[in-house]
Design a protein around this ligand. Structure first.
Ligand SMILES: NC(=O)c1ccc[n+]([C@@H]2O[C@H](COP(=O)([O-])OP(=O)(O)OC[C@H]3O[C@@H](n4cnc5c(N)ncnc54)[C@H](OP(=O)(O)O)[C@@H]3O)[C@@H](O)[C@H]2O)c1
Length: 395
């Protein structure tokens, strides 16, 4: 982003929840935008809320070295009522996203909500309707889409660098297999616990779908957008959550096909040394783009032309670090995008449009149906209840 002499637009953030991803995101929020050559927007951390206790929120603020003026709240209700906050980042488990994001929207707050956006497609529809009615900015926090690497890959596809794109294959899988049929997560862990919308698909498969959609759907001209037909299969864990899920997405009008894979049994990166090859392959009539994983935080892509005589163009895309804070994870780009949308009065981002979040959630909904995965009513309902245990922090 080019420098500008105008003062940067400042956006004031509230953080809902104090878990792992809240820590990653908020540390990114506190980095200096200039370290990534951003000069038109900046971020201010106003408050963080824990549904467990005020002490947990205070410990979180201390962990991330927040400015001393940052407020610690003991409930999500207090957070969304803070008049100083422009936008809430929802960092709770995806079981909670619908109720928590509705709580924020109903309090008049703009929202950046972690992936997977919701548990069901109907919940996503309701959230988007609410944001539209209330004229609030709303975006699913799929950080990878805002990486310069993703932007470059989309540009390559759109410019015809690999000809007509016919197929995309994407995988995000973790090898957490244990002897005796177990998976290396306690049954209560949100990765496999149905009460917390556990399973490979909603946690990891969303990234495989993100790459299929970036390659085959996002790049379709607006007037020709085609939702895919879905054929899916699921192997279930003993908790009832999906452990290995494979999805074929057919865009028949465009003659293209996506294959999205995810598993908690075998890893994309077999030995944790990137020996498994490309996590994503985007294949066109004139060549192929390979993205080296992990699919959520890729740092390198390759372009191989059909007539390139065996030459492989390798492009590294490192994540810039703020040396003063010794930090840089890559989530700041989605924060910058949110800030620019707020500055420009946009309710949705063109990089992660509402219609695309809905289309992806429709695919996941259909996949879970075909695979017979069912989540409990408390987390699957699309009726908003401000006093739901998911909003009041009852465990
Ligand atoms: N973008 C990414 O790369 C990325 C990576 C990991 C996860 N995620 C997404 O971010 C979300 C959170 O994941 P995480 O790894 O941060 O999870 P986590 O470490 O377990 O944190 C979740 C937080 O949510 C709050 N929470 C409220 N009710 C809860 C309940 N019943 N059980 C557990 N936590 C509850 C807790 O904070 P309080 O007690 O303070 O309220 C908890 O610390 C998920 O939707 C996940 O898919 C995204």
């Amino acid at each position: 982003m080019a420098s500008s002499t105008a003062a940067p637009h400042t956006v004031k953030w509230g953080i809902m929840a104090t878990g792992w991803i809240a820590e990653m995101f908020t540390k990114d929020l506190l980095t200096n935008p200039a370290t990534r050559d951003v000069h038109d927007v900046r971020h201010e951390l106003i408050a963080a809320a824990s549904s467990s206790s005020k002490k947990k929120a205070e410990e979180f603020l201390s962990l991330i070295r927040a400015p001393s003026s940052t407020k610690a709240y003991a409930s999500y209700h207090e957070l969304v009522a803070d008049p100083e906050i422009d936008i809430i980042y929802v960092a709770t488990p995806h079981s909670h996203h619908f109720q928590n994001a509705m709580l924020a929207l109903n309090a008049g707050k703009n929202v950046l909500c972690e992936k997977s956006l919701t548990v069901t497609a109907a919940q996503t529809r309701k959230l988007l309707e609410t944001a539209r009615e209330k004229k609030l900015f709303f975006m699913e926090a799929v950080w990878t889409r805002h990486f310069p690497l993703s932007i470059k890959v989309r540009e390559l596809i759109e410019s015809g660098a690999i000809g007509t794109v016919y197929r995309a294959i994407a995988d995000l899988s973790f090898n957490r297999d244990l002897p005796g049929g177990k998976i290396d997560f306690d049954d209560s862990n949100r990765m496999v616990n149905l009460d917390l919308a556990g399973g490979a698909l909603l946690d990891l498969g969303i990234y495989s779908l993100t790459w299929v959609f970036q390659a085959l759907y996002h790049t379709q001209p607006e007037a020709e957008k085609e939702a895919p037909k879905v054929v899916a299969a699921i192997n279930k864990y003993h908790t009832g959550a999906d452990e290995t899920t494979s999805i074929i997405l057919q865009f028949s009008k465009h003659k293209s096909m996506g294959i999205a894979l995810t598993s908690l049994r075998v890893g994309t990166d077999v030995d944790s040394h990137n020996s498994g090859g490309a996590a994503i392959r985007i294949q066109g009539s004139g060549g192929e783009i390979q993205v080296m994983g992990p699919a959520y935080r890729p740092l390198q892509y390759k372009v191989i032309k059909k007539d390139g005589g065996g030459k492989i163009e390798v492009v590294d895309c490192p994540i810039p670090k703020d040396n003063d804070r010794d930090w840089g994870h890559g989530m700041f780009w989605e924060a910058d995008e949110s800030a620019r949308c707020l500055r420009d009065g946009k309710l949705e981002s063109a990089t992660m449009p509402w219609s695309e979040s809905q289309a992806i959630m429709d695919v996941m909904d259909e996949t879970l149906k075909q695979g017979g995965v069912e989540y409990p009513e408390l987390i699957a309902t699309d009726v908003f209840d401000p006093q739901s245990p998911l909003n009041t922090g009852q465990r």
